[in-house]
Ligand binder design. Structure first.
Ligand SMILES: Nc1nc2c(ncn2[C@@H]2O[C@H](COP(=O)(O)OP(=O)(O)OP(=O)(O)O)[C@@H](O)[C@H]2O)c(=O)[nH]1
Ligand SMILES: [Mg+2]
Length: 598
């Protein structure tokens, strides 16, 4: 993530959040989670993006939000200093964000790439009730007085936030809210404590937005009581860390039609405190903008868990699938141990033993002595051979490795197929896998995958076995001093044993029996030691082979199976991508914002 350009990072982050938002909207009852994600995306593209792209801090943005019919358009007019916003008795009248700016103010602030995301700018004047994914900018010529705020600020009148309903206009409001340097939160006297607007308010405070509250339409005499009540009931229910961002709660009591018609002159008593609050918050535009951008980093970092939680059910299903694949893998591994490895002889180790014993015979002069001893041992060697043959049970033929593995793999896939069919109704991930087995796609691909991986496994295996078997005698060959001391040791042992036999009984007729017997026993002893060593190596190889199976065959297959639902362009592929990219993207954005705002 750190290597991405800032523009690429912003657009990737906004895309991933947008994808998760769409994903969340498919689940019933997740309107608030979707709204949270939408706000996150809006903060990234409308606030952090332009700032990191060196957009100047002015104009600052004041965004007016609140419940349906609360008086947002009325307050927007008061801020803009003109009667341009359509206040309308029909609740839910304003349906898309409308920006009020001064004709002499900055022009190109809407030009930033990705500005307001999916909302397109209306090019011709339209009523604010137009219910489409659009926004419009209305430019106001400077008047004799009243429009001073618009020199540095853009005032945004927004649709309401009365429900979470996936009704698209709520997301338009969130898009504009992401842009805000200051929020004006409008609540009317009868509905100031509504649950959903309060939750929206909380979300905006979590994003670090400074909020000025306007309480509307009460009798002037009731204003102090209502203000106290709002502070206690609404702000009091918020954590202190959030309520501190509410900079002021202002009353705007029920206005007369005359005051509504000309708020600049007739309602200045209520209007001026509001203007002052906003102006103070933007006193140093660069400081105001930095505060907004730091809020973006804070929101994303602190809310990360909650933003990703919309995918919790999917993550759980993916985890359950992974665990199932793993239990199949365990069974696959142990079947290989049971049905193949425990009976496999590794013939190359027998050859290695022969080579080892040959190596222990002395070359040159010693060879003559060895040959003589070989002749001396003949009667008992033949007898030993016969006894051995009689004692060893015939070996059970072992099944070929490949067929055992294929059976074990078929068993593994069968487990997955049955479980997917059983759980198909639980979650769409299982449905996807069930479908993959039904139309044979998954089985087919799984078999192809097996064949590929099996070839690599075979190669790794034969190399490993040959290498270990060869190492048994090659190690000794490479160390001539050690080899020679073994050789002479063996010879000395044999000749000493024969010598001792001769000395013990003197030279007599029994020597014909005793000398070959002693020569045979000493030789067998040496061979037995060699065998023990080779057996040890053989057992180690068995264990090593089990490990190779696990590393080279069953783990690559398990990884492939685990990933399968998240490949081939499925929704889970996109989900995995978003889930893995989001945390590092957020961390990287946080670092860049810290650097740029310090
Ligand atoms: N008489 C009087 N009417 C008011 C006052 N405040 C708002 N209204 C009226 O209440 C109605 C709703 O006000 P708006 O400002 O349109 O409310 P809004 O929040 O923009 O509403 P939507 O855009 O529909 O969500 C309008 O008819 C306003 O004229 C007031 O103080 N006095
Ligand atoms: Mg309105």
């Amino acid at each position: 993530m750190d290597t991405l350009s800032t523009r690429a990072l912003i657009s990737q982050l906004a895309d991933d959040l947008a994808w998760l938002e769409k994903h969340a909207r498919r689940t019933e009852g997740s309107g608030s989670a979707a709204a949270q994600l939408r706000l996150a995306a809006a903060l990234v593209r409308n606030c952090a993006g332009p700032f990191l792209d060196d957009q100047p801090p002015t104009p600052l943005h004041v965004v007016v939000v609140g419940g349906a019919g609360a008086g947002k358009s009325t307050v927007s007019n008061m801020l803009a200093g003109t009667m341009i916003a359509e206040a309308n008795p029909q609740a839910g009248f304003t349906r898309h964000p409308i920006a009020y700016t001064c004709t002499t103010g900055p022009l190109n602030w809407t030009a930033h790439l990705g500005f307001l995301g999916p909302l397109t700018r209306l090019t011709s004047p339209s009523p604010s009730s137009l219910d489409e994914d659009v926004y419009q900018v209305r430019r106001i010529p400077p008047g004799p007085n009243g429009q001073e705020l618009l020199q540095n600020w853009v005032v945004w009148d927004c649709p309401d936030m009365t429900t979470w309903a996936a009704d698209h206009y709520v997301s338009r409001l969130l898009e504009a809210a992401g842009l805000a340097d200051v929020i004006v939160y409008v609540a009317s006297d009868e509905r100031y404590n509504d649950e959903i607007p309060t939750q929206f308010l909380k979300m905006l405070l979590q994003a670090g937005k400074p909020v000025v509250v306007c309480l509307m339409k009460m009798r002037e005499s009731d204003a102090p009581a209502l203000l106290a009540h709002f502070k206690k009931e609404v702000l009091g229910s918020l954590p202190e860390g959030l309520s501190k961002h509410v900079v002021e709660v202002l009353p705007i009591p029920f206005l007369t039609p005359e005051q509504l018609a000309d708020p600049i002159r007739e309602a200045s008593r209520w209007r001026i405190p509001l203007l002052n609050q906003v102006a103070v918050l933007g006193h140093l535009p660069i400081a105001a903008r930095r505060r907004s951008v730091r809020g973006v980093a804070k929101y994303l970092t602190e809310q990360q868990g909650s933003l990703l939680s919309v995918a919790q059910q999917d993550v759980n299903a993916l985890e359950a699938w992974k665990a199932l694949v793993q239990s199949g893998q365990n069974e696959f591994d142990s079947r290989y141990q049971r049905e193949y490895l425990s009976t496999e002889k590794f013939r190359s180790f027998d050859e290695a033993l022969v080579r080892l014993m040959q190596l222990l015979e002395l070359p040159g002069i010693g060879q003559i002595v060895s040959s003589a001893l070989y002749v001396v041992r003949t009667p008992f060697r033949l007898l030993w051979g016969l006894v051995n043959k009689a004692m060893t049970r015939p070996e059970a033929p072992t099944r070929p490795e490949q067929s055992i593995l294929e059976d074990a793999y078929a068993g593994w896939l069968d487990l997955l197929r049955k479980e997917a069919a059983r759980r198909a109704k639980d979650h769409e991930l299982w449905q996807l896998i069930h479908q993959g087995f039904q139309d044979n796609r998954l089985n087919q691909q799984a078999r192809e995958r097996f064949e590929q991986v099996y070839r690599d496994f075979q190669l790794a295996l034969s190399q490993e076995i040959d290498r270990t078997a060869r190492a048994i005698y090659e190690e000794l060959e490479k160390k001539p001093v050690l080899l020679n001391s073994f050789r002479t040791g063996k010879l000395a042992l044999e000749t000493a044993a024969i010598g001792a036999t001769l000395l013990q009984g003197g030279i007599n007729v029994w020597d014909v029996v005793l000398v070959p017997l002693v020569a045979t026993v000493t030789h067998q002893l040496v061979e037995w030691l060699g065998k023990e060593y080779v057996e040890g190596e053989r057992e180690r190889t068995r264990q090593r082979q089990q490990a190779i199976l696990h590393e080279q065959l069953s783990t690559p297959l398990a990884e492939w199976l685990t990933r399968w639902p998240a490949t081939g362009g499925s929704a889970f592929e996109r989900l995995q991508l978003a889930l893995t990219r989001l945390p590092p993207s957020i961390a990287s954005l946080d670092v860049r914002i810290r650097k740029a705002t310090q």
